[in-house]
Ligand binder design. Structure first.
Ligand code: SIN
Length: 560
């Protein structure tokens, strides 16, 4: 292990610097987030737990679900089975999955998708009415259901919003940033402070007293300079949970999607995804000489698991000095492009590339956080009354590298499970106790510098030297005085908290596993590093533990 001890000796802010709540309201359950995980939880809790309030930082469809292209994976096709889906998930996860969580995902997945169809999601069908299923990296079967060709997330989001609109019992508050949890004397959930940008009664910082909180607030993609994630993905849910004392796990496992459209050296923020499904339908990667470089790298070639493809592209970029590689999908033809990938076609054209005639420039960019708030098999965090689901959570299904199109499925399956147990374990209302810990705030103006630091030092390829330098850089940013209290500073404070833990975890994991790639430790080390890095706050003291465990992809449990 790195001789530099993790920062468990210092102190950390226990809450965000924010005005005292100017208003208070009551709910039974607050769901934070409005993607597939949040709205599924809200829909299934309604009628079973009293007042359900959905709060979302922007508008209902501003999160990552809306942007999902490829689809949702489930063993629904002929010849497929949950056991085969399980094996592909465990292999992609590179030994760091929770095998029980994976089994739940793949066995409950097909019913969960059928339920989504019953709710109104219109997946693409073959002329005979059967689901049209495609393939993506790491899958040995066609098992990805898609909608609108490449607009799967948008269709799922549409159908869920429509279902919420049919459920007048669900109350929605948009433009509401979760600031901090309020805890009762027993350490369990008593409420949540929010900043609402609205009018009238609920404007500014207020408090919702409640009996449970379901975090479904998405990921942390904005930690990096280039990401497929929308601007709202600033790790808020993970930071809120951490400050309240919840355990965060596997933060070092951040997936970089191999084929993100390269828009030039200065392009920052959300970048256009070129779905893996394009390769699933026959596109392939080439270098600047037109050589198909994935052949011979992996038995699945261009459809190898995502980490393998992202590494191959990055290696070539480093060796040749080129800023990107190319995706060749010209042979798919105009009719196919228009029918199967209309969104990507329009995006490419908007950026001056015609994929029917031109190669598409692609490079890896941050795509998905496999780690997050540690949960059990029912979405429970380590804090009584706090649940987490979707990208904010670490349920254990993704391990070190999420299998393509397992993310929408995870949100669906684990939100259903939360809704099964939560009504039976709803806490009595408790008064929040005042929090004596110091409040923290980072200057909102350092967002860009933080993202550059993380991209350079803790991005796709990592080393001890780079990570140490990155942590020092983050420390310097944390010292700058915050100019103003408000959403920008709160988001950047959350980004800094999560970035620091991510870089710490990446430094401690002295091996290469899945999406975590160390140039100074190029091999996987099952004997010394199989297990999880956990982080939590005790009061204002950061704590870390390494929880050793057997690698999940080498157990006898993996079906042949
Ligand atoms: C893609 O369409 O390539 C992304 C799907 C996913 O992230 O699982």
């Amino acid at each position: 292990m790195d001789p530099r001890p993790p920062r468990t000796t210092g102190r950390a802010p226990g809450r965000l610097l924010a005005p005292d709540p100017g208003w208070t309201t009551e709910a039974d359950v607050v769901v934070v987030g409005s993607g597939i995980a949040g709205l599924t939880a809200a829909l299934r809790l309604t009628g079973r737990v009293g007042r359900v309030l959905v709060v979302t930082k922007d508008v209902l469809d501003a999160g990552s679900t809306q942007w999902a292209q490829g689809g949702i994976a489930a063993a629904l096709g002929p010849g497929d089975s949950p056991a085969q889906h399980e094996r592909d998930t465990l292999v992609a996860g590179a030994g760091a999955c929770d095998a029980d969580a994976v089994r739940i995902l793949v066995t409950e997945g097909p019913d969960a998708v059928r339920e989504l169809i019953a709710l109104g999601t219109q997946f693409d069908l073959h002329p005979d009415g059967e689901l049209s299923l495609t393939r993506e990296g790491g899958h040995h079967r066609d098992r990805i259901a898609h909608a609108g060709g490449d607009a799967t997330g948008a269709e799922i989001q549409r159908s869920l919003i429509a279902a919420v609109a049919r459920s007048p019992e669900i109350e929605v508050v948009e433009h509401a940033l979760a600031v901090d949890l309020q805890l009762g004397a027993d350490g369990g959930v008593a409420g949540l402070t929010l900043h609402v940008m609205g009018e009238g009664q609920h404007d500014g910082v207020g408090a919702v007293r409640c009996r449970a909180v379901v975090l479904a607030s998405g990921g942390l993609g904005q930690v990096f300079s280039q990401t497929t994630n929308p601007p709202v993905s600033t790790g808020d849910g993970m930071a809120v949970a951490y400050r309240a004392g919840a355990v965060l796990r596997d933060l070092e496992f951040v997936q970089f999607h191999p084929t993100v459209m390269w828009l030039g050296p200065d392009s920052r923020g959300q970048q256009p995804l070129i779905s893996e499904a394009v390769r699933g339908e026959g596109a392939f990667l080439v270098d600047w000489e037109g050589r198909r470089f994935m052949q011979g790298v992996h038995e699945l070639a261009d459809l190898a698991p995502r980490d393998v493809v992202a590494k191959a592209i990055t290696r070539l970029m480093m060796e040749t000095g080129h800023p990107h590689m190319w995706l060749d999908a010209r042979h798919l033809g105009l009719e196919f492009w228009e029918r199967r990938f209309p969104t990507i076609l329009a995006t490419c054209r908007r950026h001056g590339v015609d994929p029917v005639a031109d190669l598409i420039p692609v490079a890896p960019a941050c795509h998905y956080a496999s780690g997050g708030v540690a949960t059990d098999l029912w979405g429970r965090s380590s804090i009584p009354g706090l649940y987490a689901t979707g990208e904010v959570a670490c349920s254990g299904v993704h391990g070190a590298n999420r299998l393509a199109s397992n993310s929408l499925l995870e949100g669906l399956v684990f939100s259903r499970r939360i809704a099964e147990v939560l009504p039976g374990e709803l806490r009595d209302r408790t008064e929040p106790v005042s929090d004596p810990r110091p409040a923290g705030l980072v200057d909102g103006g350092v967002r860009r510098a933080l993202q550059e630091e993380m991209t350079t030092r803790a991005g796709v390829l990592r080393s001890a030297e780079g990570l140490r330098a990155g942590l020092n850089g983050l420390d310097e940013l944390a010292e700058l005085p915050a100019a103003a209290v408000g959403q920008d500073s709160w988001e950047v404070t959350n980004l800094l908290t999560i970035s620091t833990l991510l870089a710490e975890a990446a430094l401690l994991r002295e091996e290469t596993r899945g999406s975590h790639w160390r140039e100074d430790f190029p091999d996987r080390d099952d004997a010394g590093q199989s297990g999880h890095h956990d982080w939590w706050l005790e009061g204002d003291r950061p704590r870390h533990a390494f929880r050793a465990g057997a690698p999940s992809d080498t157990t006898a449990e993996v079906p042949a």
